[in-house]
Design a protein around this ligand. Structure first.
Ligand code: FAD
Length: 477
């Protein structure tokens, strides 16, 4: 009797504990992926593009081992038991997922299969520590990052890695029906808005490994001081690979530690990077203990915040036509490349929430649809953090000034020039506030405000005041 290996957010062969355990049984293994968009929070459009390519890559890797990845679309709660019956499988293996809705589905499935006499084994393939493993002194989950990070660093990862790529996989030769990826239509039709993704990203395990290697060899030394500069390439860009489980945080942790041991990188450079990696762990903990995180503010008083509904301004924000160059560059980077630099994510989120007073959930939904790395835990925590209503969040009254943020983190304007070509000829001194530039500077740069590039859609100083008044209202209430 064979074993089913159910791939989910762990689209890799190396350091895959479910795969390692399935191999260990010595039984023929049937790998399967179910595209289940009946679950809450199905992948957005950009993530579907990634998923298509990632599954293609996984399929090819499995083929090299002589295994065929079985693809099925529909409710996993029905498809997995159906496949167990069809194949007479004795075991089912998977790595755990942590999103609301997924946990319940998996628990129910596990108990039903177990009752039917099937052995189900589940593993941690996505986190350094399970959300329930790290507790504060009083026994509750952490809600503040720094003590969480200290505890995680001290405890270290929970397991040894199952690093090596398997060379062989016993497989079942039975003929099983499989969808073709094309049937799922995950890629955009005309127009192909994902054209800009292709030269930048290599979905799949090999692409993830290469990115980690390049980052550790050439970039990590600049990470600590340079990670806030969107005009430079000083972060790892591993986020989509992590979101799809093409690489595990444990592989990243171990590879970084190995570099330190060899004396290739300094402790402090590595520390900053690993602490950011552990923000991801922290976000997973927050989501695990607060299922409503994607929808409702953790700090309840924010439910009564006087938000505005303004479809025109929301559309200007999405398109990168707010008249604030750093905001527009970020939103266009997102659209063109499927990714946005972390500093700019904070700036554009702050702009939507505090300058436009539009609900953070609207921004979160746009990110969900357009980010290749869309991750329910990181995205909802990120938005709540900026909105000041999450755990360990930025205080609400700290409102980013989009001009000074631009001047500080994109001092030469190179980032703006790359994504807002209308401002390509603007000198650095005026590029972050073109409406303040003298007419002759605008003329020389070929910028016609209101025509070639928009006037600011709000006045930041007035908007800031309005946001603070809203905050005072909920504080008083
Ligand atoms: P690096 O700096 O190289 O960090 C390495 C890894 O650590 C990242 O890939 C990521 O997995 C993790 N990480 C780093 N910073 C954070 C952080 N602040 N929170 C959680 N994990 C972090 N990240 C996502 O992966 N998916 C999202 O949907 C997402 N939405 C966000 C929304 C907002 C409003 C904000 C402010 C942040 C969001 N982030 C999200 C976090 C962060 O911006 C990205 O993880 C990071 O920019 C990815 O680039 P990188 O891989 O080069 O990061």
């Amino acid at each position: 009797r064979p074993a089913l290996l159910w791939f989910r957010q762990d689209l890799r062969l190396a350091d895959n504990p479910a795969l390692a355990a399935a191999r260990k049984t010595g039984l023929p293994v049937i790998p399967v992926y179910v595209f289940d968009d009946s679950l809450a929070h199905p992948p957005g459009a950009a993530a579907r593009w990634w998923l298509h390519h990632s599954l293609e890559a996984l399929s090819a890797e499995l083929e090299k081992l002589g295994a065929k990845l079985i693809l099925r679309r529909g409710s996993a709660a029905e498809i997995i038991p159906g496949l167990v019956e069809e194949t007479n499988a004795a075991h089912v293996f998977w790595n755990r997922r942590y999103f609301p809705g997924h946990i319940e589905t998996d628990k129910k499935l596990k108990s039903e299969l177990t009752e039917a006499g099937v052995t189900v084994e589940t593993f941690n393939g996505a986190l350094l520590r399970e959300p329930w493993e790290l507790k504060t002194g009083s026994g509750g989950p952490y809600r503040v990052f720094t003590p969480f990070w200290k505890a995680l660093k001290q405890a270290g990862p929970a397991r040894a890695d199952t690093e090596a790529n398997p060379r062989k996989l016993e497989t079942k030769k039975a003929k099983l029906k499989s969808d073709s990826l094309k049937d799922w239509a995950l890629l955009p039709q005309e127009p192909n808005w994902a054209e800009g993704f292709e030269p930048l990203w290599t979905p799949g395990e090999a692409g993830a490994r290469e990115r980690l290697r390049d980052f550790l060899n050439d970039i990590i030394q600049d990470y600590k001081d340079g990670r806030d500069r969107p005009d430079k390439d000083y972060t790892s860009r591993l986020s989509p690979h992590l979101a799809f489980g093409e690489i595990s945080p444990l592989q990243i942790w171990r590879a970084t530690q190995a570099k330190i041991s060899k004396g290739d990188i300094s402790d402090s450079a590595a520390d900053k990077f690993l602490s950011e990696l552990c923000w991801r762990e922290f976000c997973y903990c927050l989501l695990f203990y607060n299922e409503g995180l994607p929808e409702a503010p953790l700090r309840e008083e924010f439910s009564d915040y006087p938000w505005r509904d303004d479809a025109r301004e929301l559309a200007a924000w999405r398109k990168g036509e707010t008249g604030y160059p750093i905001v527009d560059a970020g939103m266009r980077q997102l659209w063109r490349t499927g990714w946005m630099h972390n500093r700019v994510r904070m700036i554009v989120a702050s702009f939507l929430i505090k300058d436009l007073l539009i609900r953070w959930q609207d921004g979160e939904a746009w990110f969900w649809d357009t980010l290749l790395d869309a991750d329910l835990a990181n995205n909802s925590s990120g938005w709540q953090w900026v909105a000041g209503c999450g755990a360990d969040a930025a205080p609400y009254f700290r409102i980013f000034n989009p001009v000074t943020q631009g001047e500080k983190f994109d001092p030469d304007g190179a980032y703006v020039r790359e994504f807002v070509p209308e401002l390509k000829e603007m000198p650095a001194k005026h590029i972050h506030a073109p409406w303040k530039a003298p007419d002759d500077v605008l003329d020389k740069a070929g910028v016609k405000l209101g025509k070639s590039y928009p006037h600011p859609i709000v006045d930041h100083a007035a908007a800031r005041k309005r946001a603070l008044e809203g905050y005072e209202k909920i504080k008083r209430a």
